[in-house]
Design a binder for this molecule. Structure first.
Ligand SMILES: Nc1ncnc2c1ncn2[C@@H]1O[C@H](COP(=O)(O)OP(=O)(O)OP(=O)(O)O)[C@@H](O)[C@H]1O
Ligand SMILES: [Mg+2]
Length: 280
């Protein structure tokens, strides 16, 4: 099982869009996927049509009480499960603040959950994180093996990146030696603009300085697939649908399908060819 946290403390860069639609694309490709919503905004849950009612259990109950992950997990399609969040998750940050071992709660819950199966129940576990480096995000970093970093290629894209990388590095040293930043996903990409090309070059140059970078992100690279700006991706959440249910022929669907192939280590050219063939 690969476990991946989608993280950037900067808001509105495409974390949720990527976590939701990459999960959906992987599941469409036959992978069993669990998407965990670790953001009190609960956008990933809402994006997939899960608006929890008062009293329904969520990741909040898992992190602050005896509730198991299995109790809150919901299957929403053949290969896709969601562990939803609710606005009350914001209180967890405060409630956990004084607790010893607060950064490892999620990891322990995951270990306990996996111990109930002979084989891991999914191939991919993705976590959608909040735009902060608070205790919820630290729980994600402590529980996963990989980080995907969505970036929006604009002027301040790299601003704050060193703080994020330092946090990842500290978690790797103190709490989770297997943690690696594996990929940068360029989101809301405006192809043809000079700014996008320039920032993309900056990002690539930043991550190519491998000799001086700590081990935790020395293998990081930008995915070749760029997620183009596409209005369908922005519309899909209000229908409670992934891009594959809402607009399966859109550029957005095409890009996330391609990204999923890249994540799975498959050649990405074929996805495009198949797409074009399907369209006749
Ligand atoms: N490729 C895209 N094309 C057009 N709109 C997009 C694209 N990706 C994301 N958006 C839109 O941009 C906004 C921010 O995206 P998203 O919610 O995924 O960011 P986020 O990093 O999860 O934000 P937050 O930090 O608040 O959690 C949303 O309205 C989303 O629908
Ligand atoms: Mg989000």
């Amino acid at each position: 099982m690969r476990s991946i946290a989608v993280i950037n403390q900067k808001g509105g860069v495409g974390k949720t869009t990527t976590a939701v639609n990459l999960s959906a694309a992987l599941s469409e490709a036959g992978q069993r996927v669990c998407l965990m919503d670790l953001d009190p905004q609960a956008h990933a849950s809402l994006h997939l049509g899960l608006a929890l009612r008062e009293g329904e259990k969520s990741i909040y109950d898992v992190l602050t009480g005896d509730t198991t992950l299995a109790e809150v997990r919901r299957q929403i399609s053949q290969n896709l499960w969601v562990i939803p969040a609710h606005l009350d998750l914001a209180a967890a940050e405060m409630e956990l603040a004084g607790e010893v071992g607060r950064e490892v709660i999620l990891r322990d819950k995951l270990v306990a959950d996996l111990a109930t199966y002979d084989q891991p129940p999914y191939d991919y576990l993705l976590m959608d994180c909040a735009p902060s480096l608070g205790v919820l995000t630290l729980n994600a970093l402590t529980a996963v093996d990989e980080v995907f970093l969505p970036l929006q290629p604009h002027f301040l894209a790299l601003h704050g990146l060193s703080k994020l990388l330092r946090t990842i590095d500290i978690v790797a040293q103190r709490l989770n030696p297997t943690l690696k930043l594996t990929g940068v996903v360029l989101c809301m990409y405006e192809s043809g603009t000079r700014l996008a090309a320039e920032v993309t070059n900056d990002v690539e140059e930043f991550f190519s300085r491998r000799t001086t970078s700590p081990a935790v992100w020395s293998q990081a690279q930008s995915f070749t697939t760029r997620i183009r700006r596409n209005i369908r991706l922005a519309e899909a959440p209000s229908f409670g649908q992934s891009i594959f249910d809402y607009a399966p022929q859109s550029h957005g669907a095409e890009d996330y399908r391609r990204l999923a192939r890249e994540v799975m280590g498959l050649p990405i050219g074929e996805a495009v060819t198949a797409e074009l063939e399907a369209r006749g």
